[in-house]
Design a binder for this molecule. Structure first.
Ligand code: AP5
Length: 221
């Protein structure tokens, strides 16, 4: 099963990804997390992506498709994937189709999380993430240790640079101009696209997403 999580910045893709991945028994590929990890480690990929990410622009398609191709061809993803943050442009949709075709697989569905801009601004203005595992943490304080259950990952809560108001505005503009047309591309290519109401309790949104792909939450649990 290969699922694309689609939606505006702050729609809840990163919150839902681990919940859906656990229910479906497949790993997550989150391009934003891969890029932020590269940035933190100061690799060539991170340095190349930094200026795009800081101002809220998209990283070039060839960079993203390189990450996707390498990951999906690895053993870790041979049973499927939840793709968080890919696909964001039509060339990425075409590239993903090509990569999956080469691997003898196909996309199961696109889950499009639906939410209005006012709710996005409110969510993002309050968002802190762990600087190691990158999990969004509601209601935390900057500098507090990552509260993820289990052994500590040593991370602390930070505010993402691209969550500053100007970068958020750019990200929403970029979404409308470059990312939204991807949904029409998928519909025209016969891919299953399901719209999920992304407003409500996190658990409710998960249940809606699972139901949309024909999995009852009880069966998944
Ligand atoms: P990325 O990290 O993918 O960011 P994004 O798509 O902008 O999405 P976010 O992480 O901001 O939001 P989200 O939808 O995951 O929401 P979250 O769960 O955190 O990408 C960052 C950058 O990397 C891009 O701008 C680009 O530069 C580059 N990049 C990455 N992929 C790329 C690609 N394919 N092509 C080109 N460039 C790429 O939730 C948001 C907040 O809301 C959190 O505080 C959360 O706690 C809260 N929340 C979540 N659900 C609920 C709920 N149901 N009720 C109340 N609050 C909720």
């Amino acid at each position: 099963m290969v699922i694309v999580l689609f939606g505006k910045p702050g729609a809840g893709k990163g919150t839902q990804a681990p919940r859906l991945a656990e229910a479906l028994g497949v790993p997550i590929l989150a391009t934003g997390d891969v890029l932020r990890a590269a940035l933190r480690e100061g690799t060539r990929l991170g340095l190349a992506a930094k200026s795009y990410m800081d101002r809220g622009d998209l990283v070039p398609d060839d960079v993203i498709l390189g990450i996707v191709k390498e990951a999906l061809a690895s053993d870790r993803f041979k049973g499927g994937a939840v793709l968080d943050g890919v696909v964001r442009t039509v060339p990425q949709a075409e590239g993903l189709e090509r990569v999956l075709g080469e691997l003898g697989r196909s996309l199961t569905a696109v889950l499009a999380f639906d939410i209005d801009d006012d709710e996005i601004v409110q969510r993002i203005s309050g968002r802190l993430v762990c600087d190691v595992c990158q999990t969004p943490v509601p209601g935390g304080e900057v500098g507090a240790p990552c509260p993820k259950p289990g052994p500590t990952d040593g991370g602390h809560l930070v505010r993402r640079k691209d969550d500053e108001p100007e970068a958020v505005r750019t990200r929403l503009d970029v979404y409308r101009a470059q990312t939204l047309p991807v949904l029409d591309w998928y519909r025209e290519h016969g891919t299953t696209v399901r719209t999920i109401d992304a407003v409500g309790a996190v658990e409710e949104v998960t249940d809606r997403a699972l139901s949309a792909i024909g999995i009852t939450p009880e069966r998944a649990a």
